[in-house]
Design a protein around this ligand. Structure first.
Ligand SMILES: NC(=O)c1ccc[n+]([C@@H]2O[C@H](COP(=O)([O-])OP(=O)(O)OC[C@H]3O[C@@H](n4cnc5c(N)ncnc54)[C@H](O)[C@@H]3O)[C@@H](O)[C@H]2O)c1
Ligand SMILES: [Zn+2]
Length: 290
């Protein structure tokens, strides 16, 4: 018998989000669909899904935006909303937002009624290529990031690049760094296409294909090692030193976005690989002309 944990999240990268969502919703009673989102996404992203058949029956809760709200009181707000509106084991929770929201909503759904069906619709580049996939859920506690959480896979992750048209350039670049990471750990071809991507004049059609290939790399590592006992740790490339940068920047009063810290972390860790493990200097992404 195969004792590996069952892993069955389906990842759909699409330009026809409303159709795909409609198909999923047809498996649930129309009064059992619960939309969890946050303020910015309520403004920019909810209108994009509002053409979905059955949208008028959705029950919705809105959490304040930002990492500071990735906390227990926000989880409680979601639990209360679900409880007071008759959520049960036949219901579906839709998490619509960036990584903050998908981590939080996924945790709330995973722990409610001993585990409800939930799906993610990620709305930032970082959430589309990384946070919404892989089943890590949770919230910050006692001053520590992601201190409380469970690993539990969403039923589906629906990815549409239309959401990315309203995110600011810093958040875009933050997600871009995680795509660079996927290229570096797994695929020179992917690294090349990501590096060649025009960050000024963004081609959202082209981006859709690149995101699909990037998220497939993450998914392949998760599939082989869902609970991060061995090979999934490769996805943490750049993160050991990156987290140190992130914490230092935060404590110094000049916070930096996660992807920027990871980018600096990858450069530092590649340099260490050169010094300690003879990683070829010629492959380091540094300007050695000086
Ligand atoms: N579960 C995982 O495997 C995993 C992996 C990486 C990161 N994370 C988590 O993800 C979080 C970071 O995710 P993030 O970078 O998406 O941050 P975020 O969710 O806070 O979003 C960043 C900002 O963009 C706004 N926003 C989101 N979508 C928007 C849209 N379409 N248009 C306009 N504004 C929009 C948000 O309101 C917020 O202000 C962290 O909490 C981190 O711990 C989780
Ligand atoms: Zn990361």
């Amino acid at each position: 018998m195969d004792n590996n944990p069952v892993y069955n999240a389906s990842i759909i990268v699409t330009s026809e989000l409303e159709n795909e969502l409609g198909k999923i919703l047809s498996g649930y009673p129309e009064d059992k669909i619960f939309l969890v989102t946050e303020q910015n996404c309520d403004k920019y992203c909810v209108p994009i899904i509002s053409q979905t058949p059955g949208f008028e029956y959705f029950k919705k809760v809105v959490i304040p935006s930002g990492e500071v709200h990735k906390k227990l009181s926000s989880v409680e707000k979601i639990w209360l909303f679900l409880s007071q509106n008759g959520a049960d084991r036949k219901s579906l929770v839709i998490n619509l937002g960036g990584g903050m929201l998908t981590d939080l909503g996924s945790f709330a759904a995973s722990t409610m009624k001993r585990g409800m069906d939930f799906m993610n619709i990620p709305t930032t580049l970082l959430a589309q290529v990384d946070a919404s996939v892989g089943g890590k859920t949770g919230f910050n506690f006692n001053g520590l990031k992601n201190e409380i959480g469970v690993i539990n896979q969403p039923n589906t992750v629906l990815i549409d690049t239309r959401f990315l048209k309203t995110i600011d350039s810093q958040n875009f670049i933050s997600g871009y760094a995680e795509m660079i990471k996927h290229g570096l750990i797994n695929s020179p071809e992917h690294l090349e296409e990501v590096r060649n991507f025009d960050l000024i004049n963004i081609d959202y059609e082209l981006l859709r294909g690149i995101i699909a290939r990037s998220v497939a790399i993450k998914d392949s590592f998760v599939l082989r090692d869902p609970t991060e006992r061995n090979i999934r740790k490769a996805l943490n490339f750049g993160h050991t030193i990156g987290h140190a940068f992130e914490s230092f920047a935060l404590e110094s009063g000049y916070p930096i976005l996660h992807g920027y810290a990871v980018a600096y972390g990858m450069i530092a860790e590649l340099y260490l690989s050169h010094k300690v493990c003879n990683f070829p200097l010629s492959l380091l992404p540094i300007d050695d002309s000086r």
